[in-house]
Every structure is written in C-alpha cells, then in structure tokens.
Ligand binder design. Structure first.
Ligand code: PMP
Ligand code: GLU
Length: 400
C-alpha cells in the first residue's frame, strides 16, 4: 500500500542533491570521488560575518525571531537594494527566509492557483519545475538554444503567453548555463510584460555577485513592470554561506505580506543567529569587498581553465558563460557509443558512466530541462578541476 500523498509521489528528488548524495556515499565507501555536481562556492564565509554570528550567540539571540526577519536585517536589505541596484524598497516589502529556495516556494505558493501556467526559459534551475508542480500549476518551457547562449528571445516569451499565464520565472546569471541577460535584453522582456499586465515575474538574482561581464542588472529597474517583479536573492552564493540558509524576497507589500503569512504557518522566521550574521554580510559593499572580488577572480580563472581543457575533448560543445560557476556542455556526440557493452543513450547514462568509471559527479541536463547537456560546477580547486577533467577525457575516450 502506498501511504504517501499524490503530491509527494509525483515530486522528483532534487537531482543536484541526489548526485551529491551519491558521491558522498561513494566517498564513504573509500572511493576518490570528485564532486562537480553541487552548486556551492568552495570558499569560507568571510571572517566579519562569522564574528557577527559568534557575537549573536553570546548576546543570546536564541528566541524566535520575527517571521519576516529582524527589522534591522530587512532595513539592511532595503539599503542593499538601493546601494547595489538603485532600487527603492521599504522593509515591509522584504521577507527573509531559510534560503532562496524557500523564498521561491513561498512566492509560488502565494501566487499560483492549480491550472495556472508558469513560463520558464529552459535550461532552468532544477527546483523551479518541482515547486510549480507542488503548487498544482503547469510549467510551460521556452527553449534557449546553445547557439544563442541558451537565452530566450522576447518573441519566444510573448508567443508563449496565454490568458492563463500567471508567472514568468528565470535566473540571471543563470543556473545551469551561466548566461547573463543584458540591460537591453531585460528591457525588451519588460516591454513584452507591459503588454500583458496579468503576468508576474520572478527574478532569481542569487548569482548577482558572480558576474564576469560587469554590473548586475535586475528587471525590477523597469518602471513599467516593477510592481509585478518579485526579486529573489540570498547569501548562499555571493557570501559563500550555503549552509547558513538565508534567502529573501522583495516585492509589492501585498505579495510580501502573503509570504509572511505562509512562512508563519510552515517554518517561522529564519535562524536567529544566521539573521544577525546576515546583517554583517548584507552591509558589506560588494564593490569594496576583497572576499567577493577574490572569489569572482578565482571563478573567472577556473572558468577559462575548464573551458580550455574541455575544448581539447572531442565531441563536446560549450558556450562561454558570463556568470555563476557552471559549464553546460552539449554531449550528444557520445549518444549511441558504448564501453564494455554499456551503451550511452542519454546524458543521464553518461553521468552514471562518469561517476562509476571516472569517479566524477556531474548532473545530467534533464534535471534542468535539457536532454543534450551536462552541468559541470567549477566551484572547486584548480587541482581538483584539472584532475576531474583529465578523468572525464580519459573515460570519454574509451567510448566507441
Ligand atoms: N536559485 C538558484 C538559481 C540556485 O542555483 C539556488 C541554489 N543554489 C537557489 C535558488 C537556492 O539557493 P539557497 O541556497 O539560498 O536556497
Ligand atoms: N542550487 C545548487 C545547485 O544547483 C545547490 C543544490 C540545490 O539546492 O539543489 O547545485
């Protein structure tokens, strides 16, 4: 007898987390696995943020914090949006949560009804599709092609809008492709949404600081759509704080209030110690932060290194990502090839083969809505990256 709900039965496990779990299991059995599957900076949290957390413990920040976040943190986030993005939000428009993932779930559950359509450019981040499913809405996917840097065009977006469209959601810089939409491209999207006032826009900006081409641009800067944009952001990537679990959303007061209500019934406020540390992080001006500067420089170096090494492997096709810390090579040339009787039919087969024979963990593109590609996270040391790509090249060379 299946005791579980239809809701959970139809939900897929997060494939990024599943691959990481598998590589941890293999490691525990003594195998030398290199994990390029999880998207998390391999840097440590900045010292001044850790100090703020220690102080918060000593000052007994051990009680329930306000559900939408401490007022000082919400004010610090409002100040950040002004300082970094030239956007004016009041603290009442901001809700702090236990990670950007929770902020996304809050917003989706607050906005969509069963049957609503949610437009998502593909490739997309793994959890978008499943959270939408959980809300009973229908994902409508718009394909971005590798030749166009995996980006979708305003024409494609407009062509997919119907009277049932409730939301458009995307990340820039993008996970898994690293693509970054320019100001002009975002302006063109805003022009489309101006003509369709029933569509809301989730702008996932969690990779804001990991941008190799200049200043971060938010679609919220355009007045014609501004009150329909929900900004999602957090500390996981820019401040190397994945384990601390701190995200936030900024939107119209009505949507913020709804998220506050929902969160109050599910998790309450995010961890009090994390929130106090988050104030120190958010008050850091990224333009003056050596921590962020050094991390971004390291990512650019590794991106270039990984791209150069992957270019030497026959049959892979890769674009040049402008942000985040992922490469998304197309691997279709290997489909139909085999080694010792094992035939590679898909990117999933290829990832299984690479994990089993080369002990390198990579996520198949299907998790991100692409059957042709695999996602490689280069958020790891140069030595690990070189060794992982050497092993990948060796394993792929065995396929015939
Ligand atoms: N959005 C994107 C595009 C991500 O890649 C991730 C995961 N790193 C998240 C949201 C969730 O981040 P968090 O750790 O803040 O929950
Ligand atoms: N977002 C990261 C990734 O894409 C972390 C894993 C997850 O939360 O799914 O790998």
């Amino acid at each position: 007898m299946n005791i579980l709900s239809d809701r959970i039965n139809q939900l897929a496990e997060s494939e990024t987390l599943a691959m990481t779990r598998r590589s941890r299991e293999l490691r525990a059995q003594g195998f030398d696995v290199i994990n390029l599957s999880i998207g998390e900076p391999d840097f440590n949290t900045p010292e001044h943020v850790k100090t703020a957390a220690k102080l918060a413990i000593d000052q007994n920040y051990s009680h329930y914090p306000p559900v939408p976040g401490y007022p000082e943190l919400r004010q610090a986030i409002a100040n950040k949006l002004k300082r970094d993005n030239q956007l004016i939000y009041s603290p009442e428009q901001i809700v702090v949560s236990t990670g950007a993932k929770q902020s996304l779930a809050n917003v989706i559950l607050c906005l969509v009804n069963p049957g609503d359509e949610v437009l998502i450019p593909a490739p997309y981040w793994v959890s978008y599709k499943e959270i939408i499913k959980l809300a009973g809405a229908k994902g409508v996917f718009i394909e971005g092609k590798i030749d166009h840097d995996f980006k979708v065009t305003p024409e494609q977006v407009e062509g997919a809008i119907t009277p049932n469209t409730k939301l458009f959601m995307f990340s820039s810089p993008c996970n898994p492709t690293g693509s970054v939409y320019s100001r002009e491209e975002l302006k063109a999207f805003a022009g489309v949404f101006e003509r369709h006032p029933h569509v809301f826009i989730i702008s996932d900006e969690i990779y804001e600081h990991i941008n190799f081409v200049g200043h971060h641009e938010s679609i919220a800067q355009f007045e014609n759509v501004r009150n329909r944009v929900i900004i999602i952001n957090g500390l996981s990537k820019g401040f190397a704080m994945t384990g601390w679990r701190l995200g936030y959303m900024a939107a119209s007061p009505e949507i913020a209030k709804a998220c506050d209500k929902l969160q109050g019934q599910i998790t309450s406020g995010a961890c009090s110690i994390t929130q106090r540390a988050a104030i120190a992080a958010i008050e850091t001006n990224p333009a003056e932060s050596p921590d962020i500067k050094n991390m971004v420089e390291a990512f650019v170096y590794r991106r270039d290194l990984a791209l150069a090494l992957l270019k030497e492997i026959p049959g892979l096709r890769t674009n040049t990502p402008d942000g985040a810390f992922y490469l998304f090579p197309e691997v279709v040339k290997y489909y139909g090839k085999s080694f010792e009787g094992k035939v590679i039919h898909s990117a999933t087969d290829l990832c299984d083969y690479l994990l089993d024979t080369a002990f390198v963990a990579i996520v198949p593109g299907v998790a991100f809505g692409s059957l042709d590609c695999i996602r490689i996270s280069y958020a790891t040391s140069e030595n690990q990256l070189r060794e992982a790509i050497r092993r990948i090249a060796e394993a792929l060379a065995k396929l015939a």
